[in-house]
Design a protein around this ligand. Structure first.
Ligand code: ADP
Ligand code: TYD
Length: 212
């Protein structure tokens, strides 16, 4: 499906509970059966800035929304550039990088509180370093996603509220529309079974690779 001639950067986006982690795991397994070198990663990262962000999202550290938005920019630059396991290095080594969230998450989540143009501008250095080859948006109904989260957990992070999730979904589409000339985006229906969603994603990757 993918010819491992050079690295790829494939980003998975969606509201909380849309199935990103599930799909990344499954797609990674699938690509590995084709002997491809796959590296999976996520934001917020488990590095120093990402760990700080997680404490803010869980409510352990009080802060304000501008601080969170700015920290995500820094976390992303570290995610790209750090010399141990930075994405840029993996891509240079020819790996297929599957990433759970990237800058479209910032556009969608922080535009609730800050002008989206500011968020896009604040991330411009990251976009200059590395744009995704393909962003896959798993589009699932906020009510369904909220139910899934409630089934799997008892404590909730800052943005895991139904009203927020509805706004974030709308913001994703605003951001896609704004950047449609610069970015390659595929939207898949995430309301179906994990197997169906996986097939749809593999189909989009094949289309992108020109192998359909
Ligand atoms: P995300 O990473 O986008 O937050 P997850 O992959 O963690 O989402 O999925 C959230 C919850 O929903 C998990 O308990 C997962 O098992 C379940 N789930 C994921 N995809 C589906 C699906 N297509 N249908 C039903 N449940 C799903
Ligand atoms: P994540 O762990 O991916 O949550 P989930 O697995 O439930 O989807 O992300 C944690 C939260 O961080 C999530 O609510 C989205 C938010 N977030 C931002 O607000 N801005 C960003 O730039 C990123 C990457 C994530």
């Amino acid at each position: 499906m993918i010819k491992q001639d050079k690295g790829r950067f494939i980003v998975f986006e969606g509201i909380d509970g849309s199935g990103k982690s599930t799909q990344i795991q499954n797609i990674s397994k699938r690509l590995k059966t084709e002997n491809l070198k796959v590296y999976t990663t996520f934001e917020p990262t488990d590095g120093p800035v990402g760990s700080l962000i997680r404490q803010m999202l869980s409510g352990k550290i009080a802060t304000d929304q501008r601080t969170i938005a700015s920290l995500f920019v820094a976390d992303r630059t570290d995610h790209l550039m750090n010399s141990k396991n930075g994405i840029q290095k993996k891509i240079n080594q020819g790996e297929i990088v599957l990433c759970d969230r990237y800058y479209f998450s910032s556009y969608a989540y922080h535009a609730q509180y800050i002008d989206m143009e500011w968020v896009i501008h604040a991330n411009s250095l990251n976009a200059e370093i590395l744009k995704p080859d393909l962003t896959i948006f798993i589009d699932a109904d906020p009510e369904i996603c909220f139910k899934r989260i409630k089934l799997s957990r008892t404590d909730f992070e800052m943005y895991e509220q139904i009203d927020v999730m509805k706004k974030v979904r709308i913001n994703y589409f605003k951001a896609f529309d704004r950047l449609k000339d610069r970015e390659k985006i595929a939207v898949v229906d995430g309301n179906r079974s994990p197997e169906k969603v996986e097939d749809a994603i593999l189909n989009e990757i094949s289309k992108f690779e020109g192998r359909l």
